[in-house]
Design a protein around this ligand. Structure first.
Ligand SMILES: *Cc1c(COP(=O)(O)O)cnc(C)c1O
Length: 278
């Protein structure tokens, strides 16, 4: 079932929101990214192994995937703070509830990646951090098919904030309208490089935020913007969307379909951090 497109009025402007946060059995752009693995049969696979941060949206989505598939799920992370171990919450808690084995390994970056990829075997599927995989094209193409005509009919461009840029890249590849994105994890150069690695060609328009942000850091004005959006009727994620909306507003992008990419379980941990800091 396609996710709905709903109207959203904010600061006197009218927006269209593609509600991928309402997708089930799992939500957001990770549902699109892992659709290929959900839909296809992998007769030899018994186990999925991945890696990344201890509150990653992708980790939670993969735990849902493994529950449905009956696969064991092993997830390696650099470390788990004792506070989180004692008070599990957010994506960490949901993944544990789905039976994930989350293992601290003390490795980061390429060292962690290489360690995990060495575990690949006939029975063990390994998925790149954040679901940055070619297989994600299949599910993201379905998203493109769900919105293409709507955008053309209503004269809309598409906007979404990026992490790895995988979602924006494959949307741009399969849509007939312009896709605009903003980097939330690295800078413009990082994002351009990701687009090249994914295959280049027709790539999204990149608009950087006017201020410089560090991913996952707390910014009071972004929290206030998030609150204002929530009061206007839609809860967005706290990592990417406040930056996304700031770029929309700063640049007067009032003719966009905004893709809500989910991630609301991740808000539990961000909200805790914001409440402690203010
Ligand atoms: C993963 C994620 C993103 C980033 O997606 P990319 O394809 O890596 O750019 C954005 N928003 C939310 C809520 C996410 O979970």
């Amino acid at each position: 079932m396609p996710s709905p497109i709903t109207p959203f009025e904010f600061r006197g402007y009218f927006f269209h929101i593609k509600r991928d946060d309402l997708l089930r059995p799992f939500e957001g752009n990770k549902a699109r990214k892992f659709y290929y693995f959900l839909k296809n049969d992998f007769p030899y696979i018994k186990k999925l192994v991945s890696f990344g941060s201890n509150q990653s949206n992708a980790m939670y989505a993969m735990s849902e995937l493994c529950k449905i598939k009956g696969w064991e799920f092993i997830y390696y992370t650099h470390h788990i703070p004792s506070f989180l171990k004692q008070n599990p919450h957010g994506n960490y808690l949901r993944a544990l509830q789905n039976g994930a084995k989350i293992i601290e390994i003390g490795l980061r970056g390429d060292e962690l990646r290489e360690f995990v990829f060495r575990l690949k075997s006939k029975e063990t599927l390994v998925i790149e951090e954040g679901g940055r995989v070619r297989e994600s094209e299949e599910g993201i193409k379905i998203l493109a098919d769900e919105i293409n005509e709507y955008c053309i009919k209503n004269n809309l461009r598409v906007f979404l904030p990026s992490g790895t840029g995988t979602t924006a890249y494959f949307l741009a590849k399969h849509l007939d309208v312009e896709v605009i994105t903003t980097p939330c994890v690295g800078d413009r150069e990082y994002l351009k490089k990701q687009f090249e690695l994914l295959g280049g060609g027709k790539i999204p328009t990149i608009i950087s935020p006017k201020r410089k942000y560090h991913f996952g850091k707390l910014y009071k004005h972004l929290y206030l913007l998030w609150q204002e959006l929530k009061k206007a009727g839609v809860e967005f994620d706290l990592l990417y969307d406040p930056i996304g909306w700031e770029v929309v507003l700063e640049n007067g992008l009032f003719d966009v379909l905004y893709i809500h990419q989910g991630g609301l379980y991740g808000n539990e941990s961000m909200l805790r951090r914001y409440k402690k800091s203010v």
